[in-house]
Design a protein around this ligand. Structure first.
Ligand code: KIV
Length: 263
């Protein structure tokens, strides 16, 4: 997928959208060579790449640096860059300065969390030529307000609110919306109500697309096994064994040999 028009087309044709997070050049090259539709440079990089406990530590500079690296490897994949915590709650002019930084880093669109208080900004971004992806349900930047990384939209009032927010984002011009950790029935209803595609992560099988954190789906985040996650590789164990093999070959003087040496 190369533009937001492809997102609309996929929704219309009922074709699912695959998205993966990516934070560096090496992995971006592999994703670029794969069939995956699009890339999210998520603020989850604060956790996966920088070891923080939440995404709150992601900064605009971090996001821009990682976005640049990803874009260099991403070929013609569509790249969405996250607007980090607080960077879009500082007043329109300051917000737009940060949006500009992410777009000039090479992103084709930005993503922001929540709808309350963001609708005017979404409209302004869209009117300024910046495609916007929404993010509702479990919004990790609000983890302290939510009381933890918990499934959202459990009761009727919360469900109604998430539905309304999705419609507001669509109305403001967002081209798609991530639904994170919401009951699949709600995700299905929102997906049916919207003309723009929904991208689920813990949103069940009826969203228009799916996103996973690259390190999580590769099994590199040892011990992290939320219900919504499917791991496609035992990355932690497999890579640890490779590192051990290398270590053993060095200490046993099996590597390097003449074969890997210059005459
Ligand atoms: O930052 C991120 O990785 C995300 C996904 C979980 C959707 O926002």
């Amino acid at each position: 997928m190369k533009t937001i028009l492809d997102f609309h087309e996929k929704k219309q044709k009922k074709q699912k959208i695959s998205m993966i997070t990516c934070y560096d050049y090496s992995f971006a090259r592999i994703v670029a060579a794969s069939d995956i539709d699009c890339i999210l440079v998520g603020d989850s990089l604060a956790m996966t790449m920088h070891g923080h406990k939440t995404t709150l530590n992601a900064s605009v500079n971090m996001m821009a640096l990682h976005t640049q690296a990803v874009v260099r490897g991403a070929g013609d994949k569509f790249v969405v860059g996250d607007l980090p915590f607080m960077s879009y709650r500082k007043g329109l002019t300051a917000n737009m300065t940060y949006v500009e930084k992410i777009m000039k880093a090479g992103a084709h669109a930005v993503k922001l969390e929540g709808a309350s208080g963001n609708i005017e900004l979404v409209r302004h971004m869209v009117d300024s030529g910046v495609p916007v992806m929404g993010h509702l349900g479990l919004t990790p930047q609000s983890v302290n307000q939510l009381g933890g990384f918990k499934v959202q939209g459990r009761d009727e009032k919360a469900q109604k609110k998430i539905m309304e927010q999705a419609l507001q984002l669509q109305d403001a011009g967002a081209f798609s919306v991530v639904l994170e950790c919401v009951p699949s029935k709600l995700a299905k209803e929102i997906t049916q109500a919207l003309e723009i595609p929904t991208i689920g992560i813990g949103g069940g099988p009826d969203c228009d697309g799916q996103v996973l954190v690259l390190q999580d789906m590769l099994g590199m985040n040892e011990g992290f096994k939320p219900k919504f996650l499917k791991t496609y590789f035992n990355g932690f164990e497999t890579l640890k064994n490779v590192f051990n093999q290398y270590h053993n070959e060095v200490v046993e003087q099996e590597f390097p040999t003449e074969k890997e040496s210059y005459s």
